[in-house]
Structures are given as structure tokens and as C-alpha cells.
Design a protein around this ligand. Structure first.
Ligand code: ZN
Length: 258
């Protein structure tokens, strides 16, 4: 930890990547097969697609509603709160800081993180899939409408529709058959600029091997990962094998004491 703290102090520009492991301590199951508590391993690649939504919007939403249920009542954990402290520490000391999360659970937002990109979207919004609709891409979205009729009796008749054009709403998340530039909320360019400018990139609860994190690997930044399961991180990434909800508060306390 002392070495990581030293590297952070030496950095002018910090990027934190967070992923599924971040939510475990908040009771949120992850959905990749190798993670502990994974429950959607088999269906995520087929059901988590725009193609599937187009084919069967009712089944797509039934699946998402069951996924989103595990987010209900979830609260930020000590790791989320520590990242808010880290952001404030960075701001107070004149450092650039950006938190890039792959999580859609909005817990960083709830904890109070402000320099935040939810690069895979967010569970507390939906959007319209119709091209050109004001409530859809490139920058439109809507609060989650009332799904109670749908949850009680899932059908096309009960599925919420876009108030502007009448299309079935879709989840405001990046699907597996979509690209990061598909909606401005994913802030892909901001993320790429932050990667290129970063002196230090720290991943928490995610590996450097999935999606946007792969691009982080190819930068000049010093790279660290905090992950209890990260026994063999990619080449060039320094591991700290510890639960994030213990490691991050300890790290922030160390930085504050310097
Ligand atoms: Zn619409």
C-alpha cells in the first residue's frame, strides 16, 4: 500500500477504473461468469444485446427487471465513500482526477462522486431506441417510468413507451452489440483523453481485460489493480490483492496523513 500511495502522490493526473467487484460489498451480484456470485453468466451475452431487445422487447425487459432488482436498496460501501475522499484529496492538491465506472448501479453517484463517467450507462434512466427521437441517442434519456403493470403482467401492452414517439423504451446501458460512441452519456472521448493524460491508472474490482479498460492498458501510465482475485494481472499492472472496501479507506487515510 505504501508503494501505491507513493505512486499516487507522484502522479499529477489520476484515473480510477471501477467494475463489478466494487458492488459485491453492497450486495450486488456480478454478471460475469468468473466472478463470485455471478448469476447471469450464461445469458448475458445473448440477452444483453440491442439485437435481443429488437427481437423480443418483453423478454429483454423481464430479464433487465430481474437484474435491476438486485440494485434496489443497495447502498454505497466503504470503497465508494473512500473514492469520494480520494477525489476531494486530488482536487485539494491540484491533481486531475476521473473515476470511470463500468457499473450501472449508480452507487458512485449516490456516494457523491462528481468527476465520474458511467461508461456503461445507468440503471436509473431509460431511453428511446428510435433514431432521431429527442429521448434517445445522441444525448436523450428519461427517468425510469412506472414498471409496476409490466412487472405484474409482462407484455407489450404493459411495457412502458417513449412519451414522444410511442416506441418501447430501452435500458440506458451499453449492450454487448453496441459501441461506446452510441450515446454521449458514455463520454467515451473524455475517457480516452483522461487515459492518455493519466500518470496513474488504478483499477478496482475489475480487470484490465474487459471493454474500455483494455485501452487503459496501452497507455504510459503507471498501472495498479486492487482486486482480491487479481492474482495474475496483465503484464505491467501492479496488483494489490485486498478487498476494495478495506483497501481504499486505508489508502485514503494514508494519503491524508502524508
Ligand atoms: Zn421516442
Amino acid at each position: 500500500m505504501q508503494e501505491l500511495a507513493r505512486d499516487i502522490v507522484a502522479a499529477k493526473s489520476l484515473v480510477i477504473l471501477s467494475g463489478a467487484g466494487m458492488g459485491l460489498a453492497s450486495g450486488i451480484a456480478t454478471f460475469r461468469g468468473q466472478d463470485p456470485g455471478a448469476v447471469w453468466a450464461n445469458d448475458v451475452m445473448t440477452m444483453g444485446t440491442f439485437g435481443f431487445f429488437q427481437e423480443d422487447p418483453v423478454e429483454s425487459w423481464r430479464w433487465y427487471r430481474s437484474r435491476f432488482r438486485s440494485l434496489h436498496g443497495a447502498l454505497p460501501n466503504a470503497g465508494h465513500h473512500a473514492l469520494v475522499q480520494l477525489e476531494r484529496w486530488a482536487a485539494a492538491s491540484g491533481r486531475d482526477f476521473l473515476l470511470v465506472t463500468q457499473n450501472i448501479d449508480t452507487l458512485h453517484r449516490k456516494a457523491g462522486s462528481e468527476r465520474l463517467v458511467e461508461v456503461h450507462g445507468r440503471a436509473d434512466r431509460v431511453r428511446c431506441p428510435a433514431p432521431g427521437c429527442v429521448h434517445g441517442a445522441p444525448r436523450g434519456s428519461l427517468p425510469v417510468p412506472d414498471f409496476s403493470a409490466f412487472d405484474a403482467d409482462p407484455s407489450e401492452a404493459t411495457l412502458p413507451r417513449c412519451p414522444a414517439c410511442g416506441a418501447f423504451v430501452r435500458a440506458h446501458v451499453l449492450w454487448f452489440d453496441e459501441y461506446y460512441d452510441g450515446h454521449e452519456d458514455y463520454q467515451f472521448r473524455r475517457v480516452m483523453s483522461a487515459f492518455l493524460a493519466a500518470d496513474l491508472i488504478l483499477s478496482v474490482g475489475t480487470s484490465f481485460a474487459v471493454g474500455v479498460t483494455e485501452a487503459a492498458l496501452r497507455t504510459r501510465a503507471t498501472k495498479w489493480t486492487i482486486d482480491p482475485s487479481s492474482t495474475r494481472p496483465p503484464w505491467g499492472v501492479r496488483p494489490w490483492s485486498a478487498p476494495q472496501e478495506e483497501a481504499l479507506p486505508a489508502l485514503v487515510a494514508t494519503l491524508a496523513g502524508q
